[in-house]
Write a protein of this length. Structure first.
Length: 162
């Protein structure tokens, strides 16, 4: 069964990850989310769900304001033919809708189909912000705790300078 925001926040507490959750209206783009960042410490993210030529799934997590060139990312992470994953695949595998994509969604990837790429530049910051499975809130955690969460979920991830 897919995990909810409440389930996610309970898991964070159970594994001793401190977080702050900020509720806001639903947002579907980085630009919309930017309107609700006032008073939230830390950097914000964009999360890109890809499928490669061999049907491998990849979630790229980087800074919200960082320009991304898909071919360059593909070369840096060793995945040829990256294209955006379809919304139904996103929902099926990670249990989120477009606009709510987040590294926290790996909690729903029970068969570990998705490889997560965390941008080194983002991970160099102390505090990170992500949607907590839904696009009506933003959750702040420490960057070291994102690694702890990935490890707790037995999630394959790599930190790469994009």
């Amino acid at each position: 069964m897919l995990k909810t925001q409440e389930d996610l926040l309970n898991v964070l507490s159970q594994i001793d990850i401190e977080y702050t959750n900020h509720e806001h209206p639903a947002v579907y783009t980085v630009e919309e989310a930017d309107l609700h960042h006032k008073g939230i410490d830390g950097v914000h993210s964009k999360n890109l769900f890809f499928k490669d030529r061999k049907k491998n799934l990849v979630l790229v997590v980087t800074l919200s304001d960082k320009p991304i060139k898909i071919k360059e990312v593909a070369n840096k992470i060793g995945h040829k033919g990256l294209s955006f994953g379809k919304p139904d695949l996103l929902t099926q595998v990670l249990g989120v809708i477009p606009g709510a994509v987040t590294p926290f969604a790996v909690i729903n990837d029970e068969t570990n189909q998705v490889k997560v790429i965390l941008d080194q530049e983002m991970m160099d910051h102390d505090l990170l912000n992500f949607h907590p499975i839904v696009n009506t809130a933003t959750t702040t955690i420490a960057s070291r705790d994102l690694v702890k969460f990935m490890e707790h979920c037995n999630q394959e991830f790599e930190i790469v300078r994009l």
